[in-house]
Each structure stands twice: as C-alpha cells, then as structure tokens.
Design a protein around this ligand. Structure first.
Ligand code: AMP
Length: 419
C-alpha cells in the first residue's frame, strides 16, 4: 500500500517524502481513506504507531487552502508537550500548503493567542486552554473537523467537561477520536460525540486466535540461528516468516541461514522499496523459503496467510507480537507462531503474555538446551538490552549435533550484540 493509493494528494506526498515516510503504517492505512470520506472515526492506537499522520494528513487535505472565515479544524490533546509535537508534525506535513496552523497552550498571553487563532485554519490545543478562549469570545462556528487525540488520557486528567462544552459549541462536523484503549469512560464519551463512527482497532488486546498454535523455545542467543535452521529443516517448513528486532540481526541471520542450505531474503528499512517488493514476490512464489523481516519493514506489506511465523527475537513492543502472529492462521486456517527465547527474552515474554492475556507454553528442543550458567544478571542488564547496548555473553562449550555451521557460528558469536 502506498500513501498515493490511500488518496493522499501531491503536496502532502512531497512533504512526507522529505520526512522519509516510505509506506503508511497500519493506522494510517485504515484511517486516511475514512477521514477523507468525511466519516466519524473511533480508533485505538498507541503513540508511536503513526497516528498523528493518520488524522493529520487527511485533515490537511480536506482543508486544502487558507480560508479567512476562521478556524475549521480543532485538535485537542492532553498535554502541552504532545500539543506542540502535533503542531510541529502538522506544520511539516503542510509545508507545501497555504494553511495557517496555530498552537494554543497555557503560559502564553491569551489575548494574543485569541487574535492569532481567529485567523487560522487549524488549532491544536489543550482542552482547558481552548475552553478559556471560547468563554472569552472565540467563536467556533466554522468547525468542520474535531479531533480528540489520546482521549482516554484527557478524560483521566479531568478534561471531560471541557471537551463536552467545546463539542456543544460546534456546528455539524466530522469527529475523530483516538485513544490508546477502549476504556468505559472513552466509550461513554464516544456515544455522546460521535455519529455512526467507523471503528479502527490497531491494538487489539486479544487477537491471538484459536487457530494459532503459539509456542516458545528457550535457547541461548548464540544457538538461535542453528535452532532456527534445525526447526525449518526437520519439520519441513515450506514458507516461513522470521522476525528480528533490528536490521543488524536480520542481516546477520541472512548470512547464517544459507550455510545450512536455506534460501532466504531480507526486508528491512535500509532496503529500497523495489528490493523489498522483489524479495516479497520471490517469497510468495516460493523461490525463497525464509523471509526475514523487521517489524517496521513488514508493516503495510501484504504478507499474510502463512503457516509459520517465527519470532527469532521478541519485538520491543508487545503490540507488535500481535501483529506478527496475526500474519498466520488467517481465515480459520491453522497457523503456528514460534518464539525463540534467550535468557533475557524469557523475562520479556511475560509482558507479552500479560498483553494478550494468555500464557505461551515454553519448551526446550533436545540438543539446544540453554546453558544454566548463563543467567540474566540483573534488571540493569535487561534495560541495557532494550537500549540496544552490547552485553557480553559467556560462550557455550557444549557441542551441537544439528548444524553444519554451528562451529563457525559459535566462534563468531562470543560477543552478542543485544537488541
Ligand atoms: P506518532 O505515533 O504519530 O507519534 O508517530 C511516531 C513516529 O513515527 C513519528 O516520529 C513520526 O514522524 C513517524 N512516522 C509516522 N508515520 C510514519 C511512516 N509512515 N513512516 C515512517 N515514519 C513514520
């Protein structure tokens, strides 16, 4: 999927190209066409999923050019920092458009703010401050689009009355409500302010369906490549999607697997779009058995309906586990999701289990038993891992019978780059 196919017009395409947005994220793919079609939207999306562009791009496109009649779009956000962040993002997206965008947060001269806001097309504000402006004379008769970003946080912070009061002042308009969760408070608010909304759920809590068999194998980090090759070979996997956490580990793995006779391709952010699409095509045509991907690169790519997904490394974000696993077991078909856990990930998988509300069975493959001498030293080291620092692991002495490349791999991997 491309931004162009979603209906985004040229001035915005040029602006996001300069920001290096190559493909839309999941929330962008779903939200942009709906917002352009003037529908009310109720979306769950966490920060970091690209939600600002999901509402920001189609909002700017709908407004197109400056109109002196006054404010036509309001975006409310819970904090000063987020408000400024949204302002900066929208200003960058709108660089080729003749639109006036204003930010309204407390701590600045309110009279000056009112004057500036009156002449703008888009206002991004915290709810309390915007309410102050309306009670002291700001008219919102021309609003076409009303966006509530992080609505659940705004409600938790006690902005419910301000939001409802602002909503009452608006003429007929389109409302977009974004929240991290479907809390009861958010649901109640949505019933009050949304009209026949389209629902977008990108962070489903429990999307791991019954048809997907999930399992985790405990293994030392330096044996993962061999175990992966062993699993693929011994179980005759025909087509397998393997996820790594970083581009670097994707590249390393792509060098290791051919040593075991496995044809593989890699897609990650450093590969050109043409190269990614070519690799994907080869994978679909079964010219390559293993497709190695990072989370970001795999987003927006049509790789679904696979029998096997392997988490070579757990994702940094629990939500991504659901996205990864969701690539298999579609439409009632059987799917298997296998996670390889090193000593750190044994700890990290607990977060994922809490997130999906399910325990993932853990097993050990004979011949790949983890070395009991390798321990998770302390919390600091786990933290270091998530920050992609280098941690030295003890090399394991035990001989592994399953892989031809084992000896070489062991020599090379005395130092394991974490993350
Ligand atoms: P947000 O969830 O809106 O805070 O976005 C998180 C980060 O992702 C921001 O730094 C955005 O600039 C960036 N971003 C948003 N959409 C894309 C995209 N399609 N491709 C690459 N980066 C993106």
């Amino acid at each position: 999927m491309s931004f162009q196919k979603l209906g985004v017009f040229q001035p915005l395409l040029d602006a996001i190209e300069a920001l290096n947005y190559k493909e839309p994220t999941l929330i962008q793919t779903r939200a942009i066409p709906l917002v352009l079609a003037k529908k009310d939207v109720f979306a769950t999306a966490q920060t970091g999923t690209g939600k600002t562009a999901a509402f920001g791009l189609p909002l700017l496109q709908r407004l197109k050019k400056h109109n002196p009649k006054g404010v036509r779009a309001i975006i409310l956000s819970p904090t000063r920092e987020l408000t400024i962040q949204i302002y900066e993002d929208l200003t960058a997206y709108a660089k080729n458009l003749d639109l006036k965008i204003e930010v309204v947060v407390s701590g600045k001269d309110i009279d000056k703010q009112r004057k500036r806001v009156r002449q703008s097309d888009v206002v991004i504000a915290t709810p309390g401050r915007l309410r102050e402006l309306t009670t002291s004379g700001l008219v919102l008769d021309n609003i076409e689009i009303f966006v509530l970003d992080e609505a659940d946080r705004m409600l938790d912070m006690g902005f419910s009355n301000d939001i409802k009061a602002i909503d009452k002042l608006l003429p007929k308009h389109q409302t977009l409500l974004f929240a991290a969760t479907f809390s009861d408070k958010v649901r109640k608010l949505s019933k009050l302010i949304l009209r026949k909304p389209a629902f977008i759920e990108t962070a489903k809590r429990n999307t791991t369906v019954d048809t997907i068999n999930q399992i985790a194998y405990e293994v030392d980090a330096d044996k993962k490549a061999s175990l992966l090759a062993y699993l693929i070979g011994s179980r005759n996997f025909e087509q397998v999607l393997v996820f790594t956490r970083t581009k670097a580990s994707a590249d390393i793995l792509a060098q290791e697997l051919p040593k075991d006779g496995l044809k593989c391709g890699v897609i990650h952010g450093d590969k050109t779009k043409a190269s990614r699409l070519k690799t994907l095509q080869q994978f679909k045509e079964k010219k390559i058995k293993v497709l190695i991907a990072t989370d970001i690169a795999s987003r927006g790519l049509d790789i679904e309906n696979l029998p096997y997904v392997i988490n070579y490394e757990l994702p940094a974000v629990a939500e991504d586990y659901v996205h990864r696993v969701g690539r298999t077991g579609r439409a009632g078909k059987h799917g298997e999701a296998i996670s390889l856990l090193d000593v750190y990930e044994k700890h990290e998988i607990k977060t994922i289990e809490r997130y999906i509300g399910q325990k993932i069975p853990k097993e050990v493959v004979e011949g790949f038993e983890p070395d009991p001498n390798i321990r998770r030293k302390d919390k600091e080291e786990v933290k270091l891992k998530s920050e992609h620092k280098v941690v030295v692991q003890k090399p394991k002495k035990k001989k592994q019978p399953f892989s031809k490349s084992q000896a070489k791999t062991n020599k090379k991997r005395k130092t394991t780059k974490r993350g």
